[in-house]
Design a protein. Structure first.
Length: 159
């Protein structure tokens, strides 16, 4: 699962999200972008039913471990780290729901991203369009990959 988590972080840090997509290049913006990619991967694994439930759980644990380390690097102490991690996990759960709905069927992907990725920022419509379209292509490419390949870290290239 470590190779998959590394691939998710690499995809989330792709400079195009920030330059063309207008995602804030801040600590929160990078967290939100990684959470968006992680959500897409978790939803792909979820689409297989219980087959990859253990991989999904391990992936969420790696995310928690990484965020814990990031917070500690920033100098946040033990007592407060737990609260931050709880909020981050709640945020990830909220994003899973928002992106499941927003990118599914007739969902409002633009609204889901404005609320969860661009929170507090008012990006240009073209920036949101860029991010929605790129995420849709990524989600479609994920759907074409066998779930076992995704679980092993084989994420499609970002176009």
């Amino acid at each position: 699962m470590v190779p998959l988590y590394r691939a998710i972080v690499t995809h989330g840090r792709d400079p195009q999200w920030y330059a063309q997509g207008g995602v804030p290049d801040t600590q929160d913006g990078r967290f939100d972008m990684i959470a968006a990619i992680l959500s897409a991967v978790l939803l792909r694994l979820e689409s297989e039913g219980e087959t990859h439930a253990s991989e999904s759980a391990l992936l969420a644990e790696l995310f928690i471990e990484d965020m814990d380390g990031q917070l500690r690097e920033l100098g946040i102490g033990d007592i407060v780290v737990g609260k931050h991690i709880g909020k981050m996990m709640g945020a990830l759960g909220g994003r899973l729901t928002a992106y499941r709905d927003g990118f599914g069927g007739d969902g409002d992907a633009h609204g889901a991203l404005r609320r969860n990725l661009y929170r507090g920022v008012d990006p240009a419509d073209g920036e949101v369009d860029y991010t929605v379209n790129r995420l849709r292509r990524f989600i479609a490419a994920l759907a074409d990959e066998p779930a076992a390949a995704v679980a092993s870290g084989a994420l499609p290239d970002l176009a």
